[in-house]
Design a protein. Structure first.
Length: 211
């Protein structure tokens, strides 16, 4: 599919997500691509934005999508937090080199109390082409984002049809304080608090050590 990606979002164990498939290209926003070193914390962090351009899904790809099956993870232990799920592709050999890789993201999402932000902890599984029966490359991600960001970043001024993020970027960095720096610092405070909590969790004994 060239440099394009095919998205299936909010996919549980039914077929409804297949009809909402999107294909498009993601481009990073160059002026907002920060990486911040935190030598006194376990994790560094970054602030990034990306734009998406979508196009219609071809009949050929719709045929591929209809042959996909998702198997959610099974949780047997109350202490289980997040387990990888599984995607099954019918006849992956039929597609040759049309698909370079398959990525399955399994997430736990929770609102950060008393803030406009959402915390997403996810497992990424990546397979070459469509060979999802092979052993995947696995990675973990922790993401923090505003619940309002998608709509705020795409808001358009009805007069000049240009992006409108509000005076002092209030649509993006929400809050009552007129000072942009103070409103932005509220996000930084949430990031620092999350880092502190992650450091504290890292020092907790595992269940195996407790037994």
């Amino acid at each position: 599919m060239g440099h394009k990606e095919l998205w299936l979002e909010d996919w549980t164990n039914d077929k409804s997500a297949l009809t909402r498939a999107k294909i498009g290209q993601t481009s990073p926003v160059g002026w907002l691509d920060w990486s911040v070193a935190s030598p006194d914390m376990r994790f560094d962090w970054g602030l990034k934005a990306a734009s998406h351009e979508f196009s219609s899904v071809s009949e050929n790809l719709q045929y591929l999508i209809r042959g996909l099956e998702h198997k959610p993870a099974t949780y047997k232990d109350n202490g289980d937090f997040l387990q990888p799920s599984q995607v099954i592709v019918s006849n992956p050999e039929d597609w040759g080199n049309c698909v370079s890789q398959t990525r399955l993201k399994t997430s736990f999402i929770a609102e950060v109390q008393d803030t406009p932000y959402v915390l997403e902890i996810s497992i990424d599984q990546v397979w070459p082409a469509l060979w999802t029966t092979a052993e995947p490359d696995i990675g973990w991600r922790i993401e923090l984002y505003g619940k309002h960001w998608d709509s705020a970043m795409n808001q358009v001024n009805p007069i000049d049809q240009r992006k409108d993020w509000g005076e002092g970027l209030k649509n993006v960095w929400v809050g009552t304080d007129p000072d942009l720096g103070k409103r932005f610092s509220s996000l930084l405070q949430v990031v620092v608090q999350l880092q502190i909590q992650l450091d504290a969790m890292e020092r907790l004994p595992s269940r195996a050590e407790q037994q």
